[in-house]
Design a binder for this molecule. Sequence first.
Ligand SMILES: [Zn+2]
Length: 253
Amino acid sequence: MHLIDSHCHLDFEQFDLDRWQILKRCQQLGISHIVIPGVTAQQWPRMFELCEHNAMLHPALGLHPMFMQQHQADDLKTLELYLSQKNVVAIGEIGLDFYSKDHDKDAQIKLVTAQLKLAQQADLPVILHVRKAHDQMIALLKQYPVKGGVVHAFSGSEQQAQNYIKQGLLFGIGGAYSYQWATRLHNLIKQLPLSSIVLETDAPDMPLEGKQGQRNSPESIAVIANIVADLRQQKVKDIAKITTENCKKLFNI
Ligand SMILES: [Zn+2]
C-alpha cells in the first residue's frame, strides 16, 4: 500500500531533532512522497536543501495569508525567479484567511491574485489555505483559472465543494475528520467523489483526536487513510490507491 502526505511542514523546526528518523518510519508505513508547502520566503532555501537530500520530499512555494506581516515587497520576484530555476510541484500554500479579526482583506486578495497569475504562467497547480472566504476564493479562481490544485483542510459547504470541483480543485482531508463531534465533515466526505480527495496531515499541526496538544507527524497519514475508509465504508487499500494516484497526477510526482 502506497500513501502520500500532500501537505506536511516537515521543514519546521519542530522536526529538527528527528526529521530523518520520522522519514525512515514513513517509508516503513508505505508513505512514498511528502509535499512540503512553503509559508514564507525565508523558509524556501531551507525547503530546497531538505528536498535535495531526500527524493521523497517535494517543495511547493508560496506566501501564506496568515503570515502577511512577514512577507517582503520583493518576495514575489524571488518566487518567480525560483520557479524558473528549481523543481517545484505547486504554488502554495496561498489563499485567503478572513478568520482573524485584524486581517487585511485587500492585501490578501492582492497577494493571492499575484500568485494565481504566477501559477498560470508556470503551469503549476496550487495549494490553497482558505478560511471564511470560500466564495471569494472561488470567484478568484473563475477569474484566474489554474491547472488544478488542492483546497487544504477543506471544511466548507457541499455547494462550495461543487464549485471548487468545477474549477478542477481537489480536497485535502486530514486530522479534522478524526474528531467524533465533526459530524458535518463526516457527512461531507461521504458526498465527495474519491477522484477529488487527497490525504494530508498538516504536521506539525492538526493532531488526530486523542493527540491534542502533541506534535503531529506525517506518519499519521496511515491513520487518516483508515478514517476515510471507515467514514466512506470503502476498503483502505482502495482509498490509498486512488488518493495516491490523484496526488501523483496533480503534482506530477
Ligand atoms: Zn499548512
